[in-house]
Design a protein around this ligand. Structure first.
Ligand code: UT7
Length: 325
């Protein structure tokens, strides 16, 4: 009998410190950086984001998200034999945030590693976990997106600092006799490394280069709307499905205009698109599992429905996963 993988629980967590656009506008004004609620809402759809306090790391956010996912799946941490954490903001250079999380959870002993594909990280991680479960390399996995992007932001650069937030989302993915994950499609094009990056690195006891986020927003925007359509179509084709089979599109939450454009190209009404960018901003690898968990807990997304998850971001990376919940 063929072995599949299936999501059996979801969880998420955002740190308690919430900044509305008005809060952020006031904070930036104090240092002479001009922006407005109107600009942010009109260009991005973002109304608020959450930022961590000092001493809180990606693994701390991931821990809370995983507790929720485990509880929803009816499992205990000791049942887990694989942890993949998608993050571009690891707690340390090494070891991986996944290992730190594994220890905090008390899930020691299984495989644990980080996935670095920036905002596409969660769909990359889900696809890899699915493959590992299909081959029998793992049976019960925690697939997590966790980020503290607030620590990468240049608060003198209004073109980027209003866009991002912190948070984590997680799913439990288990071996199953019936298909959950139906198909996935992953891509990267490294010639676009420079359009979205944090170029600094640690060397010889110092940070060399600029450790703050740089983005050519328009270049990212243009690439994103093209690849989100092609990845969705390729994934549907692999699964032998069409747009009409999609109950919910859960795209990376970066900009409402990118989501609207993707939905239009896929002939999906916006009431089939899960939108949380207004409340979380862009939380990079955490954005898709955060949106998924919010929609599941709100009773919007229901068991048995077909979901298209789509990520896009630095690298340039993109990908999609089609699944039945
Ligand atoms: O997570 C990975 C994926 N990332 C993304 O998907 C991001 C993709 N890009 C975007 O979402 C959009 O390109 C942005 C939201 C980043 C920018 O929106 P835009 O419509 O492309 O604006 P723009 O860069 O063309 O800037 C328009 C104007 C400029 O002023 P001028 O030159 O027209 O006078 C900017 O200086 O808006 C100005 N501007 C701002 N004004 C007020 C840029 N940022 C701000 C700001 N507040 N925060």
């Amino acid at each position: 009998m063929r072995r599949y993988s299936r999501i059996t629980g979801t969880g998420s967590y955002v740190p308690p410190r919430r900044l509305s656009n008005a809060d952020l506008v006031a904070q930036l004004a104090a240092t002479g950086v001009e922006t407005s609620d109107e600009w942010i809402v009109e260009r991005t759809g973002i109304r608020a984001r959450h930022f961590v306090d000092d001493g809180v790391y990606s693994s701390d956010l991931a821990l809370e998200a995983c507790k929720g996912a485990l509880q929803a799946a009816g499992l205990e941490a000791k049942d887990i034999d694989l942890i993949i954490v998608a993050t571009s903001t690891p707690d340390m250079v090494f070891p991986s945030t996944a290992c730190i999380l594994q220890n905090k959870l008390g899930a020691n002993g299984g495989a644990a590693f980080d996935m670095q594909a920036v905002c596409s990280g969660f769909v990359y991680a889900l696809s890899v976990a699915d493959a590992m479960i299909q081959t029998g390399a793992a049976t019960k996995a925690l697939v997590v997106g966790a980020e503290v992007f607030s620590r990468l932001l240049d608060f003198n650069d209004r073109t980027t600092c209003v866009l991002f937030g912190d948070g984590a989302g997680a799913v439990v993915l288990e071996a199953s006799e019936t298909p959950g994950i139906l198909a996935s499609d992953l891509h990267a094009d490294g010639k676009h490394v420079g359009i979205l990056c944090v170029p600094g690195h640690v060397a010889n006891g110092h940070i060399l280069g600029d450790p703050l986020l740089k983005m050519d927003g328009q270049a990212v925007f243009k690439l994103a709307v093209g690849v989100l359509e092609s990845a969705a179509r390729a994934t549907l084709a692999k699964a032998g499905k069409t747009e009409a089979d999609i109950d919910w599109l859960i795209p990376h939450q970066a900009n409402i205009r990118i989501m609207q454009s993707t939905a239009k190209k896929l002939k999906l009404p916006m009431d089939k698109v899960v939108v949380t960018v207004d409340q979380h901003g862009n939380t990079s690898a955490a954005s898709i599992p955060l949106a998924l968990d919010a929609a599941v807990r709100a009773g919007q997304v229901k068991p048995g429905q077909t979901l298209m998850l789509e990520g896009v971001g630095g690298g340039f990376t993109w990908g999609a996963v089609l699944l039945t919940l």
